[in-house]
Ligand binder design. Structure first.
Ligand code: SF4
Length: 293
């Protein structure tokens, strides 16, 4: 169910987020349906438990963003589109908010970070490329597994991980920095060397500039639906996963057993530098802008 709402504000500051402290969320709710989704709690404020199916579309978001980016106090900080929900989720196919939002970024020459589980950004590659000629644009995909049988359970309405990874080559050509978030690594389901090696291989093949890894978090309201999905689909793994997760984080024994494999794969397929977000107001040097046109 799609519900239209009017946004009162667009740019939001968070103390700790990936890449930058500023984000814009153009939807509330997300149709990718990930069983480990950490963002479900945001629907509590709406008195609406249907995070995956009741999608709130902020139809005036571009207008509000334009107003906020026009303020003298706005210092062109890099903005993550989709800090809470995925801007390129299925609802974006019909609602097409992103092209207008990208035009506002172009108008204000504002650095941008996109993190997605979709290949829909390819639809907007011309606009993203136009922005990347002016300022830093980072396109990240988050992937967990190359096994489609597992992906169809854990992230049912996302694009296949291989398609997401292959998309990065297009965005590199379009002038963006690209990266892969191998997250979440789920014990027994996605932590095999075969799976992780396959993702590292595709990251390298597609020219990713950065690769970051992270194990599953089961914070707050994430735990029960996740465990229910494991019970229904992978009952043999339930007990072991519950043991590894006495709380929100994997226990130290599990994490330390995983680290050597990650280090080895990073050095085999890397080197990859640590991700550094673009600085505020960062613009490409004039000569570089001209050479790209
Ligand atoms: S893509 Fe992100 S916000 Fe959307 S369902 Fe998956 S984890 Fe939740």
């Amino acid at each position: 169910m799609i519900r239209e709402v009017q946004a009162k504000s667009a740019l939001h500051y968070h103390e700790q987020t990936f890449a930058t402290n500023w984000d814009v969320n153009i939807y509330r709710g997300c149709g990718h349906g990930c069983v480990y989704c950490f963002a479900r709690y945001t629907h509590r404020y709406l008195d609406d438990p249907e995070f995956f199916t009741a999608i709130y579309v902020k139809s005036n978001i571009a207008e509000v963003l334009d107003r906020e980016m026009s303020r003298k106090s706005w210092k062109k900080m890099p903005v993550n589109l989709g800090g809470v929900t995925d801007a390129y989720q299925p609802a974006e196919i019909e609602n097409r908010l992103m092209p207008e939002v990208l035009r506002i970024f172009i108008k204000h020459r504002n650095p941008l970070v996109i993190v997605t589980k979709s290949i829909l950004p390819l639809r907007d590659i011309d606009l993203i490329s136009e922005l990347a000629k002016l300022v830093q644009v980072d396109v990240f995909v988050s992937v967990s597994t190359l096994d489609e049988n597992i992906r169809k359970v854990t992230e049912p309405d996302s694009a296949s991980a291989a398609d997401r990874l292959n998309m990065l080559a297009d965005f590199s050509k379009a002038g963006c920095r690209t990266g892969v978030l191998i997250m979440p690594i789920i014990p027994l389901l996605t932590d095999s060397e075969e799976n992780l090696r396959g993702i590292f291989e595709l990251a390298r093949k597609n020219g990713a500039n950065f690769v970051e890894t992270g194990t599953l978090h089961l914070r707050g309201s994430t735990r029960d639906p996740f465990m229910k999905a494991i019970r229904q689909n992978f009952p043999d793994h339930l007990q072991k996963i519950a043991e590894i997760y006495p709380g929100a984080n994997a226990d130290e024994l599990y994490k330390s057993s995983l680290r050597p494999l990650i280090r080895r794969l990073k050095s085999e397929y890397g080197p990859w530098p640590e991700f550094t977000p673009p600085p505020p107001s960062f613009e490409l040097p004039q000569e570089q802008q001209l050479s790209l046109f």
